[in-house]
Design a protein around this ligand. Structure first.
Ligand SMILES: Nc1ncnc2c1ncn2[C@@H]1O[C@H](COP(=O)(O)OP(=O)(O)OP(=O)(O)O)[C@@H](O)[C@H]1O
Ligand SMILES: [Mg+2]
Length: 654
């Protein structure tokens, strides 16, 4: 097959000249095909065909065209096919003009040789081929640049070209979004402009190292400051592009947004800190609780014996009230560390809140308007009702304190489902159904700098004597211990919302209401003997003396095995009152189990300073009649012992 580009089109009305050209080309061994167009119109058709010739030899004097006009018309149709003018006139001026118009060469018929002709053709065709190649290369380059540019611009992470002096040369969309500025705004600045002041030095040191040739690239976690001042953590990797002579051209910078990861890390750290503080607080509170148990117990007994001596009575009473206040504080600390004894039942939060409204109104005062927005069919929740009341009261008190000028306090309840996605954001949230109790106020709000700390025990912004910083700690611990969780949102000046999520219960509220009415009368319902088991003598004695004071016959044992021995020897024991955590291999629940195995009708009452998660989970204790928390007041002990004796064994166990 003939190479089509080697087809030479001779546009010439003189057949003699055409023959001559054929001869010349043959003679010079030019690999070609010669086609002939006698008229301009024929030539134009040829040039516009699908297979145009490789070159055109054009006579300027044709039947349908003369001079420069002929050339122009043929150039119009020629595209990149080279046109060589072949004419009888050796006219320098015309030659120059034809070349200016776009002819590749100007050949004069008279002086033409085979060699001259082929050389001219070759030169013209090569030049055109080179031009074409050049254009194709440029096009390919442009396309490739386009691809890179769009990859750069639309990359999902930030990218930039940075001049050696730190100025931004090119930035992509993701980086502008991350910084919160428009592209021109970013380009007007340099890297330092957007870097957190504390991170500028580290960044600068790395850059200097690279420029000095110590390294070719570096990666670093640092902070940028967004438009509006918000700080965002990023991972940047930077490498230097040098020119052939080694001089720096620009840096290539990649920027990954770390805010999500940092957020998670931060929250995990905070949770761990709370856990550690919880351990500490809980341990401390437990010891204090035991001491306070001895103090309040003995003071109560003392109060009864000095009733007739006015001064002594007042002193003992002052001491007693201070000790009760101490017990209150330790209870909140225990609550924070999730070691509070929860008397868990199915609770109707709706009803509980209705019942609390009166107290809340009185506590909040005139200036604060209370609004209650309850969901119509609220699920029941499984929790400790009186702890929930304390929690809500604590939140309401905080709200009141945040609204010294008055405002609105809104308590809202609703059913919510927390899905896996929500749970993933908070490391100890379990997906599921919850009842949400949201307490919002229109107060001062909590500044962003301290909002992470408000649940910490003893964190308070209130004056000495006004707040202990245990309120929210108690609510926090209570929420966690109930299997729920708590969130606080606040905007400076606009108020605060605390959201308490409590897990939906499996049962229905009706089940719970079946708690027996307790008698008002304190004393022993009938002559009865109580066996008190506690490893600590002081606590054992307080309980024994209170019980004796209430009219019971009391026996004491210091351990589980000792108690079992007494039970075996003494058939007249009517109630076993035992501590839960005891050393020496037999715990309270184990003692209870052994006793029940042998004397199934024996009522048992537990007492404990704090809830052992495991014991509660096993479901052995934790219901109304089975448990009394230490330190207890005489009246509480009276009520519980009496109920246990009247209701018989296992009355409170569900
Ligand atoms: N609704 C609120 N509005 C504004 N700030 C609040 C709000 N609730 C809590 N805070 C802030 O959180 C801190 C801790 O609250 P928390 O209830 O734990 O302790 P407290 O109220 O200071 O003392 P306590 O409750 O033990 O008497 C408060 O001192 C206050 O700065
Ligand atoms: Mg408070």
């Amino acid at each position: 097959m003939t190479d089509l580009t080697k087809r030479i089109l001779v546009v010439e009305d003189n057949p003699g000249d055409v023959d001559l050209i054929r001869e010349y080309l043959d003679e010079a061994d030019f690999d070609h095909v010669v086609d002939h167009a006698p008229r301009l119109a024929d030539a134009i058709i040829e040039l516009r065909s699908d297979v145009p010739p490789g070159a055109v030899l054009l006579d300027l004097g044709l039947p349908d065209g003369m001079g420069i006009d002929t050339l122009r018309r043929i150039l119009d149709a020629a595209g990149d096919v080279p046109i060589l003018v072949l004419t009888g006139r050796d006219d320098r001026e015309l030659a120059v003009r034809t070349m200016q118009e776009g002819a590749q060469d100007y050949l004069v018929k008279d002086g033409l040789t085979p060699d001259g002709l082929t050389r001219a053709l070759r030169r013209a065709m090569e030049r055109v081929a080179q031009d074409r190649l050049h254009r194709q290369t440029e096009e390919a380059l442009r396309q490739s640049e386009d691809r890179f540019r769009s990859a750069f611009l639309t990359a999902p992470y930030g990218m930039a070209l940075v001049a050696p002096d730190g100025r931004f040369m090119r930035v992509n969309h993701a980086l502008c979004d991350l910084l919160g500025y428009t592209e021109p705004e970013v380009l007007a600045g340099d890297v330092q402009t957007f870097t957190h002041p504390e991170d500028c030095d580290a960044d600068g040191a790395h850059i200097a190292g690279i420029l000095a040739g110590d390294a070719v690239s570096y990666a670093l976690e640092k902070r940028f400051v967004r438009k509006g001042g918000q700080v965002v953590w990023v991972h940047v990797s930077v490498s230097l592009v040098r020119s052939w002579d080694g001089s720096p051209v620009h840096f290539v910078m990649q920027v990954l947004d770390l805010s999500q990861r940092k957020d998670l890390e931060q929250r995990l750290l905070q949770a761990q800190k709370m856990e550690a503080v919880g351990q500490l607080t809980g341990g401390l509170a437990h010891d204090f609780n035991n001491l306070l148990g001895v103090i309040t117990g003995n003071l109560e007994l003392l109060l009864r014996s000095v009733r007739k001596d006015d001064r002594a009575f007042r002193r003992a009473q002052a001491a007693y009230h201070a000790a009760l206040r101490g017990a209150d504080l330790t209870r909140q600390m225990l609550a924070f560390s999730r070691r509070q004894i929860l008397e868990v039942k199915d609770i109707d939060a709706r009803a509980l809140l209705e019942g609390l409204v009166g107290l809340l109104r009185r506590t909040l005062g005139e200036a604060v308007e209370l609004r209650l927005k309850q969901a119509n069919s609220l699920w029941s929740i499984r929790t400790d009702g009186s702890q929930l009341e304390s929690a809500i009261l604590n939140l309401a008190l905080n709200a009141r304190d945040a609204m010294p000028q008055g405002g609105h306090l809104t308590i809202e309840t609703m059913n919510v489902h927390l899905d896996a996605e929500y749970a993933a954001r908070d490391h100890d949230v379990v997906p599921g159904d919850y009842v949400l109790v949201a307490v919002s106020d229109t107060g001062t709000g909590i500044p962003a700098e301290i909002i992470d700390r408000v649940f910490e025990p003893f964190f308070t912004t209130k004056e000495v004597g006004k707040g202990t910083g245990l309120g929210l700690s108690m609510v926090f611990g209570f929420a966690k211990q109930s299997g729920g969780h708590i969130k606080v949102y606040s905007e400076g000046g606009r108020g605060t919302v605390v959201k308490l999520f409590l897990p939906r219960s499996k049962g229905t509220v009706g089940d719970a209401a079946a708690t027996a009415d307790e008698p008002d009368d304190d004393g022993a319902p009938f002559p009865a003997t109580v066996l008190v088991v506690d490893d600590r003598e002081d606590l054992r004695m307080v309980a024994a003396e209170m019980l004796e004071d209430l009219g019971y016959t009391v026996m004491v044992a210091e351990s589980g095995p000792a108690a079992l021995l007494m039970l075996a020897r003494n058939r007249a024991i009517d109630l076993l009152l035992t501590d839960i955590v005891m050393p020496g291999g037999m715990s309270g629940p184990q003692l209870a189990q052994a006793a029940r195995d042998r004397w199934p009708r024996l009522p048992i009452l537990f007492m404990s300073g704090y809830a052992e998660g495991a014991i509660l989970r096993e479901g052995q204790i934790g219901t109304e009649h089975d448990l009394i928390s230490k330190p207890f007041r005489r009246a509480d002990l009276a009520r519980k012992v009496r109920a246990a004796l009247l209701n018989g064994p296992g009355a409170g166990t569900s």
